[in-house]
Write a protein that binds this ligand. Structure first.
Ligand SMILES: [Zn+2]
Ligand SMILES: [Zn+2]
Length: 394
């Protein structure tokens, strides 16, 4: 889906946001309800041999607009759009080249930015750049998240990587012993996970992300198990941009009321300047009020971008988020009994950072959603170290 600019396309999108407006009556036939009178128009498509894949079909509609213009009307766009929603995922775009960003070094003593490189300090894990402040003469090294750790960044980031891939703490310990020749206890592993989850969770993007105009929101259960208590579940909400797969929000709430649904939508709004033309949700009632409250705009062409799919439309395979998000979802299932002291919110935030910045996505040519969304952070090399460095030096 390209950015929608054609008004008929936009109107087609608006049609979709109302219930029961498209009824499939045959393999290539749909009834689309008129927006102005109580009638249905018939939209049909016929396959044309030898066309390029983008235009395999001829489309017709029985409405007056189509009769006069013989061009796709809003009813045709509405059907095409609904097919897109349930079917193919948009082809990725090529991202702009990403400029390298250096961490801004400030003097920890007087907060001055007037610092110069002053020699190298040798540590057990290699060489570390030393700095000197030209204002107060303080000498220091920058803690990029690994100072005072007994193990080297490679072992720690490997641990995090395995953890976010769903490997158990016991298996991580086994792996480190076998392949890295280091003995790490399970409590140590847990302490690293907690420390870096918290750190990554605090990291928030200072650039607005460049995302597409079709977003998906959904919610699934996440099980929380606290020491000595019965496990219980809460809800994890994901708002994702269909074009870049950037996860705009990932939040945990106790309930599924209107306010709970508004939280992640509000978060999503705050990380980008894009106003979505469509927010596709499942049938959950709370979305009605929530999307309206967050996105209704009198001035906008599509005043209410909400497209609420009926439950049977979202299951089992029509939910783009479900498919885009398969791995993420798997992971939030496996984590079910994650430690209570690394709270659910921190876990969700850490997961979001991992998903957006670190994990390459097969559906987008092995790029990360952050790269797709043109975030100007150099994430070459060890992405974990880069992200931890950014989060630690903020
Ligand atoms: Zn029409
Ligand atoms: Zn200073």
């Amino acid at each position: 889906m390209q950015q929608l600019t054609n008004p008929r396309e936009l109107r087609g999108l608006a049609i979709l946001s109302q219930p029961n407006t498209i009824i499939q009556t045959g393999k290539n036939e749909w009834d689309v309800r008129s927006q102005s009178k109580n009638a249905y128009y018939q939209v049909t498509r016929t396959f044309v041999k030898g066309r390029d894949p983008q235009h395999l079909h001829d489309w017709k509609c029985t409405c007056p607009d189509f009769a006069t213009r013989n061009m796709p009307c809003k009813h045709i766009h509405a059907v095409q759009f609904s097919l897109k929603l349930s079917g193919d995922i948009q082809e990725h775009s090529t991202p702009a080249t990403i400029a390298e960003t250096e961490i801004k070094v400030l003097c920890p003593s007087c907060k001055s930015g007037n610092v110069v490189k002053r020699g190298i300090r040798k540590t057990q894990f290699g060489e570390v750049q030393r700095y000197g402040c030209t204002d107060c003469d303080h000498r220091f090294v920058v803690d990029k998240g690994f100072c005072r750790m007994k193990f080297n960044p490679k072992v720690i980031t490997l641990t995090l990587d395995l953890y976010f891939k769903g490997v158990s703490q016991r298996k991580i310990a086994d792996h480190l012993k076998q392949f890295e020749n280091v003995e790490v206890t399970q409590p140590t592993i847990l302490s690293w996970i907690k420390k870096y989850l918290r750190l990554l969770g605090k990291y928030s993007e200072k650039y607005k992300v460049e995302v597409g105009n079709i977003w998906h929101s959904d919610e699934t259960t996440v099980f929380i198990k606290k020491e000595g208590e019965k496990k219980y579940y809460q809800w994890i909400w994901n708002v994702m941009d269909a074009k870049t797969r950037y996860l705009l929000a990932c939040q945990v709430t106790e309930n599924r009321f209107v306010n709970d649904a508004r939280n992640p939508l509000q978060k999503a709004k705050s990380v980008t300047n894009v106003r979505p033309d469509a927010i596709v949700t499942d049938g959950l009632q709370a979305y009605k009020e929530a999307v309206k409250a967050e996105f209704y705009d009198n001035e906008a062409f599509i005043q209410n971008p909400h497209i609420r799919l009926k439950d049977f439309e979202t299951k089992p395979n029509n939910n783009i988020l479900e498919r885009l998000n398969g791995t993420f979802r798997e992971r939030t299932k496996v984590i079910r009994s994650f430690d209570s002291s690394a709270g659910a919110g921190e876990f969700a935030a850490g997961m979001q950072t991992y998903y957006n910045y670190i994990r390459p996505h097969m559906g987008i040519n092995g790029m990360t959603p952050a790269q797709m969304a043109n975030i100007p952070i150099n994430l070459m090399g060890n992405r974990w170290e880069t992200m931890i460095g950014l989060a630690a030096t903020k």
